[in-house]
Design a protein around this ligand. Structure first.
Ligand code: ADP
Ligand code: ZN
Length: 517
């Protein structure tokens, strides 16, 4: 069937070739598999169900929450000669009935519906009289409670599909690639996770890096001054940090604007305007800033503190370089931020949600500690599999030599096991460095063979090393009342001597204080 796809793409849509992912998604659906397709906005998701709709006999149902876009979508299909229509709350009863009637006659290749329709028993009965080969669920993340846009009416989709005697193929489409959300979509819509097509998250003009062990404010000031002709965003974790940083930059005669939820509406709008119109070159803001902002020439995006997870990081950093020109995305990392974010999460969520959020935070921390390609780390996080190191991020361009730290890894891993895999990072580091801490002695850990085997190092160094091993997935973190370490399957391979571990030589950083501005 797939040989029909390309000629249809050319004749109806006027495109010469499929984009990465489109072909795979279409092939998967045509071979009768329920499929999930994850691509960023503008990636070309519509084609993934429109081409199969043209190939299959009958009417493909498209469920979409975006009522305002439905008419446009249908109009443009009609314009290129594809019979399509929509049914939603903007139609009169009469119009609705006519369209349902025509759909039962098989007059449409595509029928767009709003999810609220599925709450009507009569409508579901009507659907049973249509020839439906495929149901495409657009904005499929709306089905998941973990998504940012959960819609209860999406929960009816599952029931509707099950009740259809036609047994249609299901295709879910979304731009939200969080693993949780994806799992949720797949289990609710009965899609095998192996039928996931995830592409297009790569942004080739973005240069990612993580800066550690430096005075953050100095770094920031130097950076902003060096790039004073360029537009940039600096994200800070709290309103107070935004205000402090704003004042400090102003004192340095930098043309700065600020934005956070604690400011009045008018002032906020004014500050935003200044930035959008290039009257201010730097925007200092909390994550409240940026939704729906369309400014293409943002050359850098710096996070003064650790973002709370990879999703928000990639969204915020991705505001840089919309024009396709080289842009930098930098995280200024300091380990104490982890505690602050942890605290914020524990304050604001119930337990099950908090555990989810802590896992996401862990990935963000791993990002800061990995020595592999940062861009690849991001793409893997979002589920893309066929990736290559970007060759331009801070890690890819790191010229320091790698040293073999397998022995150190084995020391740490065996100590974690001897301690019963029930303790956190600092405590493990204390045992390894031979601390005389009361708790160490009380628990008898000073009798362990691994006690003090790293006493030539400072506890902080060992703690960094543990972070690195976590980022390499040799050690896993269990988020309970407090985070505890345990040895992963990969870590066990290292213990058995089946796998070597390498780490970049630690940089000779001056021990400057890492303070907030
Ligand atoms: P999404 O729904 O993922 O946000 P759309 O389906 O609206 O994206 O597509 C975004 C744009 O890309 C549209 O203008 C569409 O016509 C165009 N497009 C889609 N597929 C192709 C292709 N294979 N070649 C060229 N342009 C394409
Ligand atoms: Zn890279």
């Amino acid at each position: 069937m797939f040989e029909k796809a390309l000629p249809l793409l050319e004749s109806y849509f006027g495109y010469q070739s499929f984009r990465k992912g489109q072909q795979q998604a279409i092939q998967s659906v045509l071979s009768g598999k329920n499929t999930i397709c994850v691509m960023p906005t503008g990636g070309g998701k519509s084609i993934c169900y429109q081409i199969p709709a043209l190939i299959f006999p009958g009417t493909t149902i498209v469920i979409s929450p975006l009522i305002s876009l439905m008419k446009d979508q249908v109009d443009s299909l009609i314009q290129i000669g594809i019979p399509a229509t929509y049914i939603n709350s903007t139609l009169s009863y009469q119009e609705t009935m006519e369209r349902i009637h025509d759909a039962k006659q098989g007059r449409y290749k595509l029928l767009y519906i709003a999810p609220e329709r599925l709450e009507s028993y009569e409508f579901i009965e009507d659907l049973k009289w249509m020839d439906i080969p495929l149901v495409a669920v657009d904005e499929a993340h709306c089905i998941s409670q973990w998504g940012h846009d959960f819609r209860p009416s999406y929960r009816h989709i599952q029931k509707m599909i099950q009740s259809l005697p036609q047994n249609p193929i299901v295709m879910a489409l979304t731009a939200t690639a969080t693993p949780n959300v994806r799992e949720d979509i797949c289990s609710l819509l009965n899609i095998d996770m192996r039928n996931s097509v995830i592409t297009g998250f790569e942004r080739e003009n973005l240069f990612f890096s993580v800066i550690k062990g430096q005075d953050r404010f100095r770094y920031l000031l130097d950076y902003v001054k060096k790039n004073n002709k360029e537009s940039g965003i600096i994200y800070a974790a709290t309103r107070k940090n935004v205000d402090i940083l704003y004042e400090r930059l102003k004192k340095e005669n930098i043309n700065v604007a600020r934005y956070h939820a604690g400011m009045g509406d008018a002032e906020r709008a004014q500050e935003q305007e200044k930035f959008l119109k290039d009257q201010a070159s730097v925007m200092v803001a909390t994550s409240a800033f940026g939704m729906g902002i369309d400014k293409s020439n943002i050359r850098y995006c710096i996070h003064l503190q650790l973002p709370k997870n990879m999703e928000s990081y990639y969204q915020e950093a991705g505001r840089a370089g919309r024009d396709g020109l080289k842009s930098e995305c930098i995280v200024l990392y300091s380990p104490q931020d982890v505690h602050i974010q942890r605290f914020l999460i524990e304050q604001s969520c119930d337990i099950s949600r908090a555990n989810q959020e802590l896992k996401k935070l862990q990935s963000m921390v791993d990002y800061c500690h990995t020595e592999s390609c940062l861009h690849e780390f991001i793409l893997h996080y979002f589920g893309e599999t066929e990736t290559e190191p970007c060759g331009r991020c801070g890690n890819c361009t790191d010229t320091r030599t790698s040293i073999n730290v397998t022995k150190e890894a084995q020391m740490v891993l065996s100590c974690i096991i001897r301690m019963g895999q029930r303790y956190g990072k600092s405590f493990t580091a204390q045992v390894l460095t031979g601390s005389k801490n009361k708790k160490v002695v009380e628990l008898g850990f000073d009798k362990l063979s691994t006690y003090g085997i790293m006493r030539d190092k400072r506890a902080k160094e060992v703690s960094d090393l543990i972070d690195f091993f976590i980022s390499q997935e040799l050690i896993a973190v269990e988020h309970g009342t407090f985070p505890t370490l345990y040895v992963s399957p990969k870590g066990k391979e290292v213990l058995l001597g089946n796998q070597q571990v390498f780490r970049k030589e630690t940089a000779q950083v001056n021990q400057v204080s890492i303070k907030d501005p």
